[in-house]
Write a protein that binds this ligand. Structure first.
Ligand code: HXC
Length: 258
């Protein structure tokens, strides 16, 4: 299916979504986010896809929500639309791992979108920021919460209050991104990491994602119990039998997602 603001393809077991609104540095408007929602839900329902990569261009992952579109809106419009909650739900609902491959600007809603993904692989050109304060507003897609959890209060507060951007190295030091790669290698590396994840049991990768995400929602004892129950449950999967048999037999496992 062709999208107006995305390029979507599947390579082996990896689903790739490229945000494609170059004239606006991939600013997120309702149409683009609606399409992203749809593309992710399709990948989530497609058994061939085991890992997803979301990326932008060399210059911008996304420079934020579309300010021109937002500037026309009233508080009632924003409330009625539940602005971007509905449209970004696809990212949060996707059960398969999603890697954000970020080069250039990831600002405002762009930074928030990247943080909604499961982890961020950054090009050395990446710049993260929550500059909404310069527009007389604040982040509205989880930035104050996810950035604070990722980098701690001091940096999150400074970024949200001043609009200062964070470069890739600082973002890695602060724990916002998993790794930095040279910009020219970003997609090659992101696809390689995604392929590595796609080689695992898709049941186990979904369980791992749920368990890690639980750490953000609950206390340690509950989180550990949740993890243990998922761990126990995985012993009902053929992939667990196969994974452990393959180790014992000194061969590569063939995971089938059952
Ligand atoms: C709409 C945008 C845009 C945005 C860039 N453009 N960002 N359009 N919304 N967020 C458009 C510009 O208007 C311009 O189009 C074209 O993209 C290129 O941008 P330039 O500014 O000319 O590029 P440059 O000088 O390189 O500066 C890059 C930049 C700057 C630093 C990223 O564009 C910028 O500051 N953008 C806004 C970043 C921002 O404030 N983001 C937060 C948005 S609020 P034209 O046609 O004019 O040439 C937000 C809230 C999220 O995200 C919460 C939602 C619920």
């Amino acid at each position: 299916m062709a999208y107006a603001n995305l390029i979507v393809e599947t390579r082996d077991h990896v689903g790739l979504v490229k945000l494609n609104r170059p004239e606006a540095l991939n600013a997120l408007n309702q149409e683009l986010l609606g399409e992203l929602n749809e593309a992710l839900m399709k990948f989530d329902a497609d058994d061939r896809v085991r890992c997803i990569v979301v990326t932008g261009s060399e210059k911008a992952f996304a420079a934020g929500a579309d300010i021109k579109e937002m500037s026309e809106k009233t508080a009632v419009d924003m409330f009625r639309l539940d602005f971007f909650a509905d449209k970004s739900r696809g990212v949060e609902r996707t059960r398969k791992p999603i890697i954000a491959a970020v080069a250039g600007y990831a600002l405002g809603g762009g930074c928030e979108l990247a943080m909604m993904c499961d982890f961020i692989l950054a090009a050395d050109s990446a710049k993260f920021g929550q500059p909404e304060i310069n527009l007389g507003v604040i982040p509205g897609m989880g930035g104050t919460q996810r950035l604070t959890k990722a980098v701690g209060k001091a940096k999150a507060m400074e970024m949200c209050l001043t609009g200062r951007f964070m470069g890739a190295e600082e973002a890695e030091r602060a724990g916002l991104v998993s790794r930095i790669v040279p910009a020219a290698k970003l997609m090659e590396e992101a696809m390689a990491v995604a392929a590595k994840i796609a080689d695992k049991s898709p049941i186990a990768t979904m369980a791992a994602k749920e368990a890690v995400n639980r750490a953000f929602e609950t206390n340690l004892a509950e989180g550990v119990m949740f993890e243990r129950r998922l761990f126990h449950g995985l012993f009902a999967s053929e992939d667990q039998t196969e994974g452990m048999a393959a180790f014992v037999e000194k061969r590569a496992p063939q995971f089938r997602g059952r």
